[in-house]
Design a protein around this ligand. Structure first.
Ligand code: UVW
Length: 320
């Protein structure tokens, strides 16, 4: 890449497809519209064993949470607990019960989370063509609120790229394409179907907990999907409503061909309206799927209904 000029993302995505207008001029949830009652029942049909998995990482761990460099760690603070009562500062209620209360200050992208469709943009237009000025001071268009209000339910499928490549975790900056997803699915004995909620495991977030923060951030180049026009077309033709991964950005940090950072955020989210769910913990689910060979399930999630939010924490629940 050295010496090469990095193009504007507009040039890279010049002929990239868009779903703008497909669900009307007021749409704010994009490809989640694909999740009709038929798709929900397709997901329900995958419930065979009564096993559940939650996909959120722990939030507010005093040892630190996995978070994109530059973003702030969550800070949870008790504002009321037994200590207040011991100092004579606890409130007294009729009946004499006592209580604990706390507050949290956090980056809304600082845990397992849904991005609002308007979270990234170029050329002053966000999802569906809304003006990027609508993001100023709090998003009034395509914020995370409509996703929280709608909820996300459908058939989920897990593709374990790390396992497919015989690794615990993909290397920093390691890439894969939709063709690799298809090869991994084939090896797992499953078929990615149209309108599946696509979960991809790289082992990356799990490695944060295994390595510790210092080693994890030493070479911070996330592995992930890499941009190509064919990949974007595949996502569009497959009508993928939601991409969920165990990385912080759902794609390789820098596209090794163009040098553009995170081009799929714009190609998939801004242009196609695909919801992105990041920082998911997929290791226990993957181990279970490898053991029982059931890689499909009912996926359910709803981010917090943050008014004007560019993202919101979520704890998806998977049922097999
Ligand atoms: C990054 O941009 C790194 O991730 P997010 O989609 O959470 O903003």
């Amino acid at each position: 890449m050295e010496g090469k000029t990095v193009p504007h993302v507009r040039e890279l995505l010049e002929n990239s497809p868009k779903n703008w207008g497909k669900w009307g001029p007021n749409d704010e949830v994009g490809s989640l519209n694909y999740l009709t009652s038929v798709e929900i029942l397709r997901g329900v049909a995958c419930v065979k064993q009564g096993k559940t998995f939650t996909l959120q990482v722990r939030l507010g761990d005093p040892d630190g949470d996995p978070i994109w460099p530059g973003r702030q760690q969550a800070k949870r603070i008790n504002i009321m607990d037994k200590g207040h009562y011991l100092c004579g500062k606890g409130p007294h209620y009729p009946g004499q019960y006592e209580s604990a209360d706390d507050v949290i200050f956090m980056n809304l992208q600082g845990s397992t989370q849904y991005d609002a469709l308007g979270h990234v943009w170029y050329d002053d237009q966000i999802w569906n063509g809304y003006n990027a000025n609508t993001t100023i001071g709090g998003m009034t268009k395509a914020s995370v609120l409509p996703i929280g209000e709608r909820g996300v339910v459908g058939r989920g499928i897990l593709i374990d790229m790390a396992r497919h490549r015989g690794k615990d975790v993909l290397e920093p900056g390691e890439t894969f394409t939709h063709l690799d997803l298809l090869a991994a699915a084939h090896r797992q004995g499953v078929t990615i179907e149209k309108r599946d909620i696509l979960l991809i495991r790289t082992g990356w977030i799990g490695s944060y907990y295994k390595l510790g923060a210092e080693a994890f951030y030493k070479e911070f180049k996330e592995p992930g999907l890499t941009y190509s026009p064919e990949l974007v077309t595949w996502f569009q033709e497959m009508e993928i409503p939601n991409l969920v991964t165990d990385t912080m950005a759902n794609e390789v940090t820098i596209d090794p061909v163009s040098g553009v950072e995170l081009p799929l955020h714009n190609a998939l989210m801004r242009n196609l309206g695909i919801a992105l769910t990041e920082i998911a913990m997929l290791d226990p689910l993957a181990d279970d799927c490898a053991a029982d060979h059931q890689w499909t399930f009912l996926y359910t999630a709803a981010p917090l209904k943050i008014v004007g939010g560019s993202g919101a924490p979520v704890n998806p629940v998977v049922i097999k």
